[in-house]
Design a protein around this ligand. Structure first.
Ligand SMILES: Nc1ncnc2c1ncn2[C@@H]1O[C@H](COP(=O)(O)OP(=O)(O)OP(=O)(O)O)[C@@H](O)[C@H]1O
Ligand SMILES: [Mg+2]
Length: 336
């Protein structure tokens, strides 16, 4: 704690310092004069004592500014761990507190950037490694160029292509450069197409999942970008099918209440634990990382879907149900 930390403004602090210095000077001069000392030593002593008083009272008044300059230099070199003393209640203290807050936010952004880079590298390495292994086997003659080898290579190239596409979408969403063409479009074909695609996908995985699709009213229209909305619904339905047990049901529905459209996708899988409901919308977040990545999921789908729903001015959330998961998307702009 510094002597004048309790004063709320720099002006008040400066006034207090000046008043104290003047008071010391006047007292020393008066006392010295009354005691009959010569003028010169009295004035010199008064000057020295008031300087000492200024040093004592003004201690720490400007030191946070210097600390901030040092910390800013450290930040420029990538050290976001430095904080400045922010005990005073004046403008400098306020600046120091804002500086500390900014430093913590920058540290968090830097951590996210590092995590993102590590995740991207990891996700790229897996398919590239698999491709390299097959190609090496082919070159060494260990394996022949049969349909199985070609199929492995194709699926890894598809995985790479999908990852690059997702990263591009994320970067476009963040920079606001994503192609977004809002029009009035019927929801039914969009939902039905997503359901058909997932049906094919589940058959490819040799999994029996019963999909249903209901829209009330049938001719429900929405203002938005149909291609982007298809991307959102396709990801949610794909997730639902992927997490469904064999023989499970996935119900996709859309309904309108005044001008809000609610799209719901229900499945009978393991569901998303309550404490992870918000985290599944983070980039690269997977509840069961080991299982999801072996299934081909990168954990980007819901982050992109949420970005697109935000772009439409809507909201997306997970709701608990037992058993399974209920994914709810609400969007403004219903017309019929
Ligand atoms: N219907 C669901 N049931 C259970 N868990 C789910 C469901 N939907 C999503 N999740 C969990 O949320 C995580 C994030 O989903 P997201 O769609 O973002 O990624 P992904 O499906 O793993 O990969 P991607 O969509 O990028 O291919 C999933 O890995 C999974 O753990
Ligand atoms: Mg997904």
């Amino acid at each position: 704690m510094r002597p004048l930390d309790q004063l709320r403004s720099l002006k008040a602090k400066l006034s207090a310092v000046i008043v104290a210095a003047v008071a010391v000077t006047v007292t020393v001069v008066a006392v010295g004069h009354d005691a009959g000392f010569p003028w010169i030593p009295v004035v010199l002593t008064a000057g020295l004592l008031s300087l000492g008083m200024i040093q004592l009272l003004a201690r720490g008044m400007t030191s946070p500014v210097k600390e901030m300059a040092d910390a800013a230099r450290a930040m420029a070199k990538g050290d976001y761990g430095r904080r400045v003393t922010a005990t005073s209640r004046d403008e400098v203290g306020e600046l120091a507190r804002s500086f500390n807050k900014m430093a913590s936010e920058l540290a968090a952004v830097d951590r996210m950037r590092r995590d993102f880079l590590a995740n991207v590298s990891h996700e790229l390495r897996t398919p590239i490694g698999a491709l390299q292994a097959v190609l090496e086997n082919l070159v060494d003659g260990v394996e022949s160029l049969d349909p199985k080898a070609l199929d492995t290579m194709l699926s890894q190239v598809k995985r790479l292509g999908r990852l690059v596409e997702q990263l591009l979408d994320l970067s476009r969403l963040e920079s606001g450069a994503i192609p977004f063409h809002p029009v009035d479009f019927p929801i039914k074909p969009v939902l039905e197409q997503a359901v058909r695609e997932s049906e094919l996908h589940s058959r490819g995985e040799l999994k029996e999942v019963e999909l249903s699709c209901s829209i009330r009213p049938e001719n429900l229209m929405l203002k938005g970008d149909p291609e982007r909305m298809h991307q959102v619904v396709a990801n949610i339905v794909e997730n639902a099918v992927r997490h469904s047990p064999d023989g499970g049901r996935v119900d996709v529905s859309a309904r309108a209440e005044s001008d809000v459209v609610t799209i719901e996708v229900l499945d009978e899988g393991p569901g998303i634990p309550e404490n992870e409901e918000a985290r599944v919308f983070e980039r690269f977040y997977r509840v069961d990382a080991a299982r999801s990545s072996s299934d081909g999921g990168t954990g980007l789908g819901l982050a992109i879907a949420k970005g697109i729903v935000d772009l439409h001015g809507g909201d997306m959330r997970v709701e608990q149900r037992s058993p399974g998961c209920r994914m709810v998307v609400t969007l403004p702009g219903a017309t019929s």
